[in-house]
Design a protein around this ligand. Structure first.
Ligand SMILES: Nc1ncnc2c1ncn2[C@@H]1O[C@H](COP(=O)(O)OP(=O)(O)O)[C@@H](O)[C@H]1O
Ligand SMILES: [Mg+2]
Length: 164
């Protein structure tokens, strides 16, 4: 795999090139290694940007088995029991931020690893210490890149391992 690039978006927080789906999976697996209960990953990006692909790799790695991980497009939330709970949400169809409470997401933010697609739907319910990742297609659509929009201890661990 080619060496990752380090185009900074803000001081020292890089974007990573993800040249193929395996690179997205490798990043998901690294997050699986270092994330813990209370880590909330906000997965921004357009349809097809690779959010679900990333979340699936993270979940399967943490579960330790290749369990079927469907996109939560219609269910809004799928939960998994690894050594801790993992919540995978796709909030595209959320119409009212109050539904966040109905889904129980606010409690999960504290106790689970939470992977949230379309996190803009959370409005003010987005937890403060969350890590925001923006997935993008490259211009020709063949590859992806991810930019990190906040810095957290979890991100520093993952980047160290990615570059290691
Ligand atoms: N780094 C990558 N390079 C090329 N294709 C990728 C990469 N990462 C994921 N994909 C592909 O992008 C497609 C859409 O991904 P998906 O995760 O469903 O997008 P989203 O959840 O953002 O709508 C999948 O077919 C997946 O294999
Ligand atoms: Mg998706």
């Amino acid at each position: 795999m080619p060496a990752p690039t380090h185009a900074p978006v803000s001081s020292e927080i890089p974007c990573l090139d993800l040249p193929d789906p395996e690179a997205t999976e490798r990043l998901g697996a690294l997050f699986a290694e270092f994330a813990g209960p209370g880590d909330v990953l906000l997965l921004d990006g357009q349809i097809g940007a690779g959010k679900t692909h990333f979340a699936r790799a993270l979940i399967q790695t943490r579960l330790g088995v290749a369990e079927h991980v469907p996109s939560p497009t219609f269910t809004l939330v799928q939960t998994y029991e690894a050594d801790c709970e993992i919540w995978h949400a796709d909030l595209y169809r959320l119409t009212d931020p109050d539904e966040v409470l109905e889904l129980g997401l606010d409690a999960a933010f504290d106790s689970a690893i939470c992977l949230i697609e379309w996190p803009d739907r959370l409005g003010s319910a987005a937890p403060k210490g969350a890590l925001r990742l923006r997935f993008e297609q490259t211009e020709d659509g063949a590859a992806r890149r991810v930019c990190f929009e906040t810095n957290t201890p979890l991100l520093r661990q993952v980047l160290e391992a990615w570059n290691g």
